[in-house]
Design a protein around this ligand. Structure first.
Ligand SMILES: Nc1ncnc2c1ncn2[C@@H]1O[C@H](COP(=O)(O)OP(=O)(O)OP(=O)(O)O)[C@@H](O)[C@H]1O
Ligand SMILES: [Mg+2]
Length: 415
């Protein structure tokens, strides 16, 4: 029987076999409590993908995303990959620890608990807070305020570009761009704001916004986002201290930079290919975003919307992969949904969410989606994989994690 390899096309299957795949779970055969684990499900890590991970609360989305990150790290091609986890909940630092508490369950899968070299990055201005609370981190990151457009700021501050404040913002930023290019800081912005003839209250209001921005603790002389694309590394970018707009600003900027870098690298790789060389100038980047509807909502825009839409639309060519987890696929931007070539759906119950899924994959469903979902046993980590590459649907039991998952549900039973 041919092996199940999700996301891998026929050509790659023939040429590479299972090289560059990882095992994420086992095929579930049978229905409900009769269902049993059968063959392993291999997952393609070598090609760029757009993946959605869905399921209602506590069904295993964050956990499964960690599983994919483990496979990327442990893979035989990990040197050509780099993994970035956008950590909205501050939970992925625990991948540094082996999942000893699940040793029994892991044994059943013939897997050993394993610690991963996750590098946790926090904003430069937040180190004290982390140290006070004894929260582990490895390094810091900054962004350069001069790299943000007036539009980016307006979205992060949630102000209308056509309002008085918006107009002042636009003028100040465009003046700074003209005068200094990419060489100005928050102080320069604050000075520029006062140089125009606007109501005192408008000026004050905008100044206040930039004062808040200073407190975010993320701005520095340079953007140090390049460090997240180091070969073979897994970076956990902790943005849990921010609201969704500031998170969006960081993700938007990071996504933009990676896309540009990868496009340049791809050009070089193509030139090499013309000379018969198979080179890899820069790793293929996998970015994983938990709570993805915050960044790419179906209504409204965040500072990350444009960039992430470009990732899903053109990401195959430069070689970037995006994994988006959300409780409610119906709340995710429809273009992001429709571009997914792999879906992992844990249990979903809301009709609109099931419909959202069904719409993408209906062409090759043998039964209706509800039938598949109803047949899933009520166990942690079960779900459906819908693979556009092979046009198949697989019920799956996702494997237990090798590394510790910090996103468990707290309870009040202990003293
Ligand atoms: N494949 C699995 N094997 C074993 N246990 C699992 C598996 N997947 C999930 N679990 C269990 O389910 C719990 C909840 O999973 P997870 O934190 O991923 O939920 P979630 O879908 O991200 O929820 P939320 O929407 O609240 O963020 C985990 O802490 C873990 O105990
Ligand atoms: Mg979660």
């Amino acid at each position: 029987m041919p092996k199940i390899s999700v996301g891998r096309n026929e050509e790659d299957r023939e040429e590479h076999g299972l090289k560059g795949t990882g095992i994420i779970g086992k095929h579930l055969v049978g229905e409900n409590e009769e269902a049993h684990k059968a063959n392993p499900i291999y997952f393609d890590l070598a090609k760029p993908h757009v993946m959605g991970v869905f399921g209602k609360r506590g069904t295993g989305k964050s956990y499964s995303m960690g599983t994919i990150a483990e496979e990327l790290q442990g893979s035989d091609i990990s040197d050509n990959l780099s993994t970035i986890i956008i950590d909205s909940m501050g939970i992925y630092w625990s991948m540094k620890r082996p999942n000893d508490r699940a040793a029994g369950m892991l044994e059943d899968w013939d897997i050993k608990p394993e610690a991963f070299d996750a590098k946790v990055y926090i904003p430069e201005g937040r180190t004290e807070e982390f140290e006070e609370k004894d929260m582990p981190y490895d390094s810091t990151f900054t962004i350069d305020p001069a790299e943000l457009s007036a539009q980016d700021w307006a979205m992060a501050f949630d102000i209308d570009m056509n309002s008085e404040i918006g107009i002042l913002l636009e003028r100040a930023i465009s003046k700074l761009d003209d005068k200094f290019g990419e060489n100005y800081d928050l102080d320069d912005i604050n000075k520029a704001i006062t140089k125009f003839d606007f109501d005192e209250s408008t000026v004050k209001a905008l100044e206040n916004r930039f004062m808040t921005a200073e407190e975010w603790g993320v701005f520095g002389d340079d953007s140090s986002l390049d460090q997240f694309t180091t070969r073979g590394e897994m970076s956990v970018v902790d943005v849990s201290m921010y609201d969704e707009l500031v998170r969006g600003l960081i993700v938007g900027l990071l996504g933009e930079k990676i896309l540009r870098q990868r496009m340049a690298a791809r050009r070089m790789e193509e030139l090499d290919e013309m000379q018969g060389l198979d080179t890899n100038e820069m790793p293929i980047v996998w970015m994983m975003i938990d709570e993805a509807h915050e960044f790419l909502p179906n209504k409204g825009e965040t500072p990350a919307t444009d960039t992430l839409l470009r990732w899903v639309k053109i990401g195959r060519e430069p070689g970037v992969s995006l994994v988006m987890a959300t409780q409610q696929p119906a709340k995710l931007h429809p273009n992001a949904l429709s571009q997914c070539d792999i879906l992992l759906s844990h249990r979903l119950t809301a009709k609109q969410d099931i419909d959202a899924l069904g719409e993408i994959m209906q062409t090759y469903m043998r039964h209706d989606l509800e039938h598949y979902i109803d047949a899933l046993p009520d166990r942690a980590g079960t779900g459906l994989i819908l693979d556009d590459n092979s046009e198949r649907v697989y019920p799956v039991q996702m494997r237990p994690r090798k590394s510790w998952h910090a996103g468990g549900t707290p309870d009040a039973f202990e003293d």
